[in-house]
Design a protein around this ligand. Sequence first.
Ligand code: FES
Length: 101
Amino acid sequence: MAEFIVAKIDEIPNGTGKVVFAGDKPIALFNINGTFYAIDNTCAHRGGPLGEGDLGGTIVTCPWHGWQFDVTTGVSPFGPTVEKYEVKLDSQTQEIKVVVP
Ligand code: FES
């Protein structure tokens, strides 16, 4: 288990996502009303970048072919899932950390 500082809180406005890196692992990080969620950036369909997808509510839409995933669970209504990661906020440093098993 390892914890990575991946971004500052103000880098990801409410209702948006971003591709960040936990070491060399790309992670899709989303801000929903000040709560941050991290899932695998690599779409379970053909590897599209989920962190670049549009976010509507808790659902991100893959920019490549439109598969959707709930960023709070990593589950897609299409069936497959992507890994979900624990997120920690450091209010003193304003840093977002992702825990990777
Ligand atoms: S790669 Fe994401 S929908 Fe195809």
